[in-house]
Write a protein that binds this ligand. Structure first.
Ligand code: ATP
Ligand code: MG
Length: 335
């Protein structure tokens, strides 16, 4: 009985469409921001090519995957075939090159899990992280951007979920909660699983785009302009989807056995992945398969105490959307 009551959302859920869409619109970066990012990228390209004429710079992460809100930092990947130097040496050299120009706070973080150079450009006021040869991130950025083209509801849902996660303090990987990348994958998977489906599974379709990166073959259907009306049979509104997302993660997901997989557009079992027990620091308490790096669980950062925090936040959000009289304010209340 309790379950039945919970399964159907409040009758007036659609009254939340207007405030949710207004929030989404307010988070979209203005066009000038894109232009400034390009300007900074051009400057960086100029500086890097003096030292490494064959190197290339790619934007990745939220500035390129279409899930970036306004005033985000940009993520840049330096692609370089440099056999004489290891990654830390390249990072240090890169920092030196960039220090010589009018860039501020140039720091080389060689000991980070992903070594980067951080900097701030005073002209555009944009901060930037530059990593080296992290080409899988460039490819998964394209996958996310392509999914966003298929149905407008993905970008709306992901902006709202990211905004919620930041407001509630559950978008902090160093505290054991999830990355923005993980939340976007959760949104894509959720929309793949709707019936009728709102998103297809691009990796199960004919391969029209294919690259091999670090020995991993990454291929999928990327002619997404042909899929623009894929989700037309599903009329769910953004308010219903936001509620459904939280309800799924609060009350339906099987944390003991299930792995969500955008690659297959399905749920797979932990047994199948051999993710049933803790190995080293990987506890697999919430399992989100990376679409290309299949041994990589994006939930690996989650530990015994942060899983509790996360699940309580999913429940809180689902319950607010169900019962609260002012859900739009309550949902995003700072923690
Ligand atoms: P934000 O708006 O919060 O900056 P973001 O989209 O830039 O969001 P991040 O979590 O900062 O997201 O990640 C940046 C990019 O790095 C992702 O888009 C993804 O390509 C890559 N990435 C991040 N975390 C991982 C990971 N654990 N495994 C593989 N790739 C990752
Ligand atoms: Mg980022």
């Amino acid at each position: 009985r309790m379950y039945k009551r919970l399964m159907t959302c409040r009758g007036d859920i659609n009254s939340l469409n207007v405030p949710f869409l207004a929030l989404y619109e307010s988070l979209i970066p203005p066009e000038e921001e894109k232009a400034k990012q390009k300007q900074l990228l051009t400057l960086l390209e100029k500086l890097v090519s003096k030292e490494w004429p064959k190197a290339q710079l790619y934007l990745y992460g939220s500035c390129a995957n279409s899930f970036g809100v306004c005033k985000s930092d940009i993520d840049v990947c330096l692609a370089i075939e440099e056999t004489a130097m290891d990654k830390s040496e390249i990072i240090l050299k890169l920092a030196d090159i960039l220090k010589s120009d009018n860039l501020q706070n140039v720091q080389a973080l060689t000991r980070a899990r992903v070594p980067i150079v951080k900097l701030m450009d005073p002209v555009t006021e944009i901060s930037c992280d530059i990593c080296v040869n992290n080409l899988l991130a460039v490819v998964n950025t394209k996958l996310l951007r392509d999914y966003a083209q298929v149905d407008a509801r993905l970008r709306q849902l992901a902006f709202i979920i990211k905004h919620w996660a930041k407001s509630r303090g559950v978008n902090e990987t160093y505290q054991g909660t999830l990355s923005s990348y993980a939340y976007v994958l959760m949104c894509i998977h959720f929309l793949q699983m709707r019936r009728p489906a709102i998103l297809p599974c691009l990796q199960e379709m004919e391969t029209t785009y294919s690259v091999t990166v670090d020995d991993i073959k990454c291929g999928y259907f990327d002619e997404v302009e042909k899929l623009r009306d894929f989700g037309r049979h599903n009329k769910e509104t953004i308010a219903q989807l936001v509620w459904g997302f939280f309800f799924y993660w609060a009350y339906c997901h099987d944390y003991a056995d299930s792995v969500i997989s955008v690659r297959t557009g399905n749920i797979i079992s932990k047994r199948e992945k051999d993710w049933t027990r803790r190995i080293g620091n990987d506890r697999h308490l919430i399992c989100i398969e990376d679409p290309f790096e299949l041994s990589h669980d994006l939930g690996r950062v989650v530990d015994k105490s942060s899983i509790k925090v996360l699940r309580e936040e999913f429940e809180r959000a689902a319950d607010i959307l169900q019962y609260d009289s002012n859900p739009c304010v309550k949902l995003f209340e700072p923690y």
